[in-house]
Design a protein around this ligand. Structure first.
Ligand code: KG4
Ligand code: ZN
Length: 500
């Protein structure tokens, strides 16, 4: 027996009304169906026709409502004759209803279903509907709850090639829809800088120039896409080392010119925040972010997508820089963070009382140079007294001084802003003691925490692609005359004054 889905006409009404009457207590009457068919501008009715016999039907109302900015249609009714059920006809009718709604410019279809109707709930879920909410005691006859469902919002699945060269990592990634990382390639130059005990800007620029073509090619290759599959290009245009930023930006502008693809500029701090959002798809504003890296220490409030306000930042050294400098004095090599945090696990965080600078300053700013000096003075004093420096104790005590201040300020920042989420980004976010202390403190505050896995904490281009997605959706693109900005601010216009 062949079944076709076709538009319902007036000749079908008596059969449809009879089916309806057999299936439902609160059945629609013939008059109601005739009335429906007299409104072709706002209704779509479909029947399942099995060799001339109508065995199922569905109706859609093309409403003027919007949901999340998307026009909505409402599924009025769907039913299948009892002896024809469990053959996929319900699914087919729901699919046809979704298609009819989409054709009429309504990409979203909503429906209402009795909470006790388990087969219908599972049918709709399998057709891509999600629960929007529940109306308690909605049905007068039984007092049953009504479940409101909607097809998932159509997501823009833009594919973006992102490039990052703000410091000492040459990175490229392909990201779909701001969430799905199709590839992420990172060429670290850390070995070239290690022998100098820190990043040498001139070397960084030169190494980026050498690596960028191959890194981008590998990212495209790994993702299995060509330039023709891309919707946009993205690049970090600041803040960072100017000579390093220029390499990525110039290359991205060249690609944009050659391919005609729009180029989206991303702020490096913003991208570190998006690394956390990549790790936890539920995370989003209102949030407070702590970005701690070799170049930055900032507390940033993001009340909604695309809006940033710097609450406070370091007045001198960055957190990673403090780790690197202390490690250098101890002769532990570069970068210092990973080594010191490993050593700290064997030390006593209370062994040496290092200062907690600006802990009670009442602001969200940080100062780390005093701590660094105190640590260096301690090392000198021990050496002059002929004593061995207890490196694990020193590492643990130094780390605890940093963690205490950052936890205290972060907790105050989420309380003041009423943030729902707290996120951490930047190379120092890979520090286990900091991750644990912040997670524990925020959990006590009832605030959810999103921390990227270590590979997304340090510089990468996947986070740039994630941040670029939102800017691309808002139509924010760079011109070919755009310049790299070493001290590019993240703050949205008008929010600078609010900085404490
Ligand atoms: O974000 P990132 O890769 O580069 C910048 O944008 O600066 O961060 C690198 C910094 C270095 O200073 C490094 O010592 C620090 O992150 N870092 C750590 C840890 N892992 C990396 N600091 C403390 N503990 C760690 N486990
Ligand atoms: Zn960084």
């Amino acid at each position: 027996m062949g079944v076709v889905l076709r538009a319902m006409n007036r000749d079908d009404v008596s059969t449809v009304a009879a089916l309806e009457g057999a299936l439902f207590d609160d059945a629609w009457s013939e008059a109601l169906f005739f009335d429906e068919l007299s409104r072709p501008e706002s209704r779509r009715w479909i029947v399942a026709d099995a060799d001339g016999h109508v065995v199922g039907y569905a109706g859609v109302w093309l409403t003027l409502d919007m949901l999340g900015g998307v026009p909505v249609a409402h599924l009025l009714d769907v039913a299948v004759r009892e002896d024809q059920q469990r053959r996929g006809l319900g699914r087919a009718l729901v699919g046809a209803a979704i298609a009819a709604a989409a054709e009429a410019g309504r990409p979203c279809l909503t429906l209402e279903v009795r909470a006790g109707n388990a087969p219908a709930l599972s049918l709709y879920a399998s057709c891509g509907f999600e629960v929007l909410g529940v109306r308690k005691g909605y049905y007068g006859d039984t007092g049953e709850d009504c479940v409101v469902m909607a097809t998932a919002q159509p997501v823009r699945t833009d594919v973006i090639l992102a490039i990052e060269t703000s410091c000492d990592e040459t990175a490229a990634a392909v990201v779909r829809g701001g969430r799905e990382v199709l590839s992420s390639v990172i060429a670290s130059q850390v070995d070239f800088h290690a022998r100098f005990g820190g990043v040498v800007p001139e070397i960084a620029s030169r190494k980026h120039t050498e690596a960028i073509v191959a890194v981008v090619a590998e990212a495209l290759d790994e993702a299995g896409v060509g330039f023709g599959d891309l919707d946009a290009l993205a690049v970090t245009h600041g803040p960072g080392l100017i000579g390093a930023l220029v390499v990525g930006l110039a290359y991205a502008k060249g690609l944009s010119l050659a391919t005609g693809l729009p180029l989206v500029g991303v702020n490096h701090l913003e991208s570190h925040i998006f690394a956390a959002l990549l790790a936890d798809p539920e995370a989003g504003p209102p949030l407070v972010a702590l970005v701690v890296s070799g170049g930055h220490t900032s507390l940033i409030h993001m009340p909604e997508w695309g809006v940033y306000r710097t609450m406070g930042a370091t007045l001198d050294d960055a957190t990673g820089e403090a780790f690197d400098k202390v490690a250098k004095v101890l002769g532990l090599g570069y970068p210092g963070g990973p080594v010191l945090s490993r050593l700290a696990t064997d030390g006593d965080p209370a062994a040496i009382a290092f200062p907690r600078a600006m802990m009670d300053s009442g602001t969200y700013d940080f100062s780390l140079s005093g701590l660094k000096t105190a640590v260096i003075n301690h090392i000198r004093a021990e050496r002059e007294a002929g004593r061995e420096v207890d490196v694990p104790d020193l590492a643990a005590s130094f780390q605890a001084a940093i963690v205490d201040v950052q936890v205290a300020k972060s907790v105050r920042a989420v309380a003041e802003t009423g943030a729902r989420y707290f996120v951490i980004g930047g190379g120092v976010a890979a520090n286990p003691a900091l991750r644990e202390a912040l997670t524990a403190a925020m959990t006590t505050e009832g605030v959810r925490v999103a921390i990227p896995p270590p590979i997304l904490c340090t510089d990468n281009a996947a986070m740039v692609g994630a941040a670029a997605h939102f800017r691309f959706l808002r139509g924010e693109v760079l011109g070919l005359d755009a310049e790299a900005v070493a001290d590019l601010r993240i703050d949205s216009p008008g929010s600078e004054q609010a900085r404490s």
